[in-house]
Ligand binder design. Structure first.
Ligand code: PLP
Length: 346
């Protein structure tokens, strides 16, 4: 493959040998006709893990999010979204372009939603108001952070939703990173949300797909919308098979990713001039700033790359690193050695 230590994202993970074997040997059928046994199995396992009635295998987290919004809302309604959320920032305007809703963003402080502020954003049902049709929360809370949303906070959001009769949807792309960090079952995190999505292609290392889950009625409608968008599958069991392997084998090891991100963050924080807030590393994502150093972020990242290390630029002075299956203690030592050298040589 390549000999880079690639810390840009956990999406760079390669499928394991057992995933490749499972792909090769998968039993498949026409999924639109409901005939793919491997997809059925994946959806059943996923629903059980999440403690929801039913689940749906979809192309991507992005599509899962849009299907969820389209299932819950009507054209012209408002959706409350976190200001740093993926659905608001990184989905090519799909909320407007495809789902045809408008957004009402809320600040999210280190993964915490202020309930009073959220309640104030709910639109009154006056003649001139767009009705608030959905509240979208995100866990872990992203845009380069990976913050864990406290369970009490999730439950407060859900209580607010109930009070106003507004469904609550969780974009849980990296929800398993939160679950293993809290040492609880993922179903205990998502118990009160009406629907949830998680990504198979991040720390779980599967090559494809995401899962959307909720009650039977929600998934029935979601399946129909998925089909409308051209997202129906035929013999996709070949890609459901590695996802099953991911769910059966890769969840507990996410603990390692979280631990390694903390370790890497602590070691980077020990290098003079680098600014790392170790307390903000909740899961597998860390960010650091080169603001205190006489080097630009681009020069710094170029030098890392010359030394076979990739990280992602996220602002004028800040980069992020994400740990995953391909990053162990050996790789962390190498990163620290290289960063030290780059800074010493400035
Ligand atoms: C990665 C991610 C998505 C999108 O998933 P894709 O499969 O890449 O489309 C959505 N939400 C969050 C929070 C993510 O991290």
């Amino acid at each position: 493959m390549n000999n880079y230590i690639d810390l840009r994202s956990d999406t760079v993970t390669q499928p394991t040998q057992s995933m490749r074997d499972a792909m090769y040997n998968a039993e498949v059928g026409d999924d639109i006709l409901g005939d793919d046994p491997t997809v059925k199995k994946l959806e059943k396992i996923s629903a059980d893990i999440l403690g929801k009635e039913d689940a749906l295998f979809v192309t991507s987290g992005t599509l899962a999010n849009q299907i969820a919004v389209m299932t819950f809302t009507n054209r012209g309604e408002e959706v409350i979204v976190g200001n740093t959320s993926h659905i608001y920032n990184l989905e090519v305007g799909a909320l407007a372009a495809i789902s045809q809703v408008q957004t009402r963003p809320i600040d999210v402080e280190n993964g915490y939603y202020d309930i009073d502020k959220m309640e104030n954003l709910i639109q009154n049902k006056g003649i001139q108001n767009a009705k608030t049709g959905l509240i979208c929360i995100e866990n872990t809370n992203n845009l380069n952070a990976g913050f864990i949303v406290p369970i009490e906070n999730i439950n407060e959001v859900c209580k607010l939703g109930k009070k106003h009769d507004i469904p609550v949807y969780m974009d849980g792309a990296r929800i398993f990173n939160a679950a293993v960090a809290l040492d609880i079952e993922v179903k205990d995190i998502v118990k009160n949300v009406d629907a949830v999505m998680f990504a198979l292609t991040k720390g779980l290392c599967a090559p494809f797909g995401a899962i959307l889950a909720g009650d039977r009625k929600f998934i029935e409608k979601a399946r129909w919308i998925k089909q409308r968008l051209g997202g129906g599958f035929r013999q996709i069991g070949f890609l459901a098979a590695p996802a099953i392997v991911a769910l059966e084998t890769m969840i507990p090891r996410l603990k390692e990713d979280n631990k390694n991100a903390k370790l890497l963050g602590e070691r980077l924080a020990g290098i003079e001039g680098l600014d790392v807030n170790v307390d903000n590393i909740h899961t597998s994502i860390l960010t650091a700033s080169v603001r205190g150093l006489p080097i630009t972020i681009n020069e710094f990242l170029d030098k890392l790359k010359e030394n076979k290390i990739k990280a992602k630029r996220i602002s004028d002075d800040r980069f992020r690193m994400v740990t995953h299956l391909g990053v162990g203690e050996k790789e962390i030592e190498q990163v620290i050695k290289v960063v030290r050298k780059i800074i010493n040589d400035i």
